[in-house]
Design a protein around this ligand. Sequence first.
Ligand SMILES: [Zn+2]
Length: 215
Amino acid sequence: MLNLGLDGSVSSILCLGAHCDDIEIGCGGTLLKLLDAGDDVRVDWVVFSSEGERAAEARAGAEAFLSGAAAANVRIEAFRGRYFPFVGTEIKEYFDALGADLEPDLVFTHLGDDLHQDHRLLSELTYNTFRDQLVLEYEIPKWDGDLARLNTYVHLDDRQTERKIETLTRIYSSQADKHWFSSETFRATLRLRGVECKSPSGYAEAFRCRKLVLA
Ligand SMILES: [Zn+2]
């Protein structure tokens, strides 16, 4: 197995999430690792749907995960949750503006075959918009049972793992009564992905990468 290092190779990152907590659950540990590795990383972070109390949580979540970034631009938008395919024109226009504005090295987005319609639309628009970027699709464990076979792994050390789990459960207190939102769910997902890639700590995040150019 050839391990390709992340240190120093990424200076700008775009994180796209349909709802608050998606980005943190999907790639929070990898972001902590990337920001640990590079001292000059800029992050743009967009949550497309979040309102009221959840918007405040989304801001706090972004802040906690981006404390190591040299610069961070967090946008919390208010597109109608669960209806993304039906307000697709506005969301597509939003992507057009993002594409005109940003040229990230790396984009994190939802899995293309995620069973949540909002997640799926964002993934599709990501590829429409960012055509010269490395795109990594992240997973969200949920009731639908759509965990997939993935192909790209990021080892997390114990500190990154614990920080991800602790931050998620501390900041998103409004989700505490959801049957799936628990430290056990997050730890179990990280542990299973760690098994698949023999992570030294036992923990990893996994992604799907559709296209990778080795120069
Ligand atoms: Zn979501």
